[in-house]
Design a protein around this ligand. Structure first.
Ligand code: MN
Length: 506
């Protein structure tokens, strides 16, 4: 058994440590006669899941919840027992995980998929820690999946790839998303996994030397120019993410620039921009490949500068530049906030995604009261965001108060322009209706041209939808003016005095 506390790089207070030790002991006794399919004692599973969890989110209640997550389901221990032993907070986390565990994906093609995804997001919005436990549980099950029958492996891996990995991504936990994707892709589609892995390996072997050289060059240039940095590493694209990207680029690996990326970790945001300038001074950038995710972070909060440059031999390299805090956020997502709080570094983070901003502001208020902070994590985390689903289960992240109009434009601008009506959870609705957490929205399209009107603006909350509507109206007005002018000329000609009647239009 791994040494629990050594596996989690965090200093727990004596009180927290005692509570975790109590949960460890409690779980060991409760599961004592159970074995996993692999033959090892069952308790190894909750312990391993709690280590996975603790490594990105070392919160005592959530760690205890993970240690106890299978207890009410698989042993004689009841919810009441847990409440008495560990209090309401931990018992409610375990209860949440047990309920979430009943949500099953049967067949991704059928309605259950969307319905289940909907339940998942409802659960996330209530208490994000329940989802963190569920994800850690799933990651450990995926790591140890080989002990199961082929049928079960396929079922669990499919569910992981379609449901859990996207949720980890949406919560910004890159480290978990990547691992969940690669572990399940290998089982769901072994042939393409192999092909992609081989392709990647071949490329990497060929580039190993140049990558090391690039790393050295970058380091010496930055040092020479006096830019402070913590480290420069080479990162390889993950197999599943490469596979998905290849599909978008005609399976042509030469069109993919970030197979290998150099990652520069700096100490400050200003250093990120200076480093970018210096790199462009020494290496030619590939036009159109500079991306500033610091000024405009991705919706899940990801921040970084990306550029692609040519080395002296004409090979392309993607370079990613970010601070250590941005890096932590990319790996741990929402859980990183907790980490920053502990380190007293919250003042240094700039949050991009709205819900991050919201949390951050709130977090500052709560800086002196961590207990209240965690309490608030339950309610306020997604306070200003809602998750809404397409009939196929794609998740759209919208601000509270968003309407069907916002939703349609977030799916595709054409869908917005041609929208006639919509159904919310299968019932007809007005396109100006606002949406609620977990709604499944189906937009009905007109076969003909666009339909936007000026009063749509009143119901459009997102700048994306508003920009599209305005653009349409401006063009539409122009067209209308043109038609009115033609009409008038026609009208006028028909009334010209003195023209013989047979020239007149009938
Ligand atoms: Mn479990």
């Amino acid at each position: 058994m791994p040494d629990f506390f050594k596996s989690i790089p965090h200093n727990f207070s004596a009180k927290d440590r005692a509570l975790i030790e109590k949960a460890l002991e409690f779980a060991t006794i409760a599961h004592k006669n159970q074995k996993r399919k692999s033959g090892e004692p069952f308790v190894m599973h909750p312990i391993s899941a709690a280590i996975i969890l603790g490594q990105i989110f070392p919160d005592t209640a959530t760690i205890c919840g993970t240690l106890l997550h299978d207890i009410t389901e698989d042993t004689n221990t009841t919810d009441e027992n847990l409440k008495l032993e560990f209090g309401d907070e931990i018992a409610s986390l375990v209860d949440g995980v047990t309920k979430l565990g009943k949500v099953r994906l049967r067949n991704s093609k059928d309605e259950y998929y969307v319905e289940n995804l909907r339940k998942m997001f409802m659960a996330v919005s209530k208490d994000v820690r329940v989802m963190l436990i569920k994800l850690a549980d799933r990651l450990h099950n995926m790591r140890t999946i080989s002990a199961l029958s082929k049928d079960k492996q396929l079922k669990i891996a499919t569910e992981t790839l379609e449901m859990y990995a996207p949720i980890a991504g949406r919560l910004g936990i890159g480290a978990w998303k990547d691992e969940l994707e690669d572990l399940s892709f290998k089982i769901v589609d072994p042939e393409n996994y192999r092909i992609t892995a081989d392709l990647l390996e071949e490329r990497l072997a060929a580039r190993q030397k140049s990558t090391r050289q690039m790393q050295k060059e970058l380091a010496s240039i930055l040092r020479m120019e006096g830019i402070k940095f913590q480290e420069i590493t080479g990162r390889t694209k993950r197999i599943y993410s490469l596979y998905k990207k290849l599909q978008r680029y005609d399976n042509d690996i030469s069109k993919i620039f970030d197979k290998v990326a150099m990652r520069i970790i700096t100490k400050s945001t200003a250093d990120c921009y200076s480093a970018l300038g210096i790199i462009h001074k020494h290496f030619n950038p590939l036009p159109g490949r500079v991306k500033d995710f610091i000024a405009t972070p991705k919706p899940n909060g990801y921040e970084s500068l990306h550029t692609t440059v040519f080395d002296s031999e004409g090979r392309t390299f993607e370079v990613q530049i970010r601070t250590d805090l941005m890096h932590e956020t990319a790996e741990r997502g929402i859980a990183a906030h907790w980490f920053y709080e502990e380190q007293g570094k919250t003042d240094k983070i700039r949050r991009g995604a709205n819900w991050f901003k919201e949390l951050h502001a709130w977090q500052e208020e709560m800086a002196n009261n961590p207990e209240e902070y965690l309490e608030g994590l339950k309610i306020d985390f997604f306070k200003d965001r809602i998750f809404v689903l397409t009939p196929k289960g794609d998740v759209k992240d919208l601000p509270i108060g968003a309407s069907i109009i916002d939703f349609a434009f977030s799916v595709h601008s054409d869908l917005g322009y041609q929208m006639l009506g919509a159904k919310i959870n299968g019932k007809m609705a007005k396109i100006t209706d606002s949406l609620k957490q977990g709604d499944v929205v189906e937009v009905l399209k007109s076969k003909k041209a666009a339909t936007p009107s000026r009063d749509w603006l009143a119901s459009a909350k997102t700048s994306n939808a508003r920009a599209h509507i305005r653009k349409y109206l401006a063009e539409h007005d122009k067209g209308l003016f043109q038609r009115v002018r033609e009409l008038k000329l026609q009208d006028f000609s028909s009334r010209l005095p003195g023209l013989p009647t047979f020239f007149r239009k009938k």
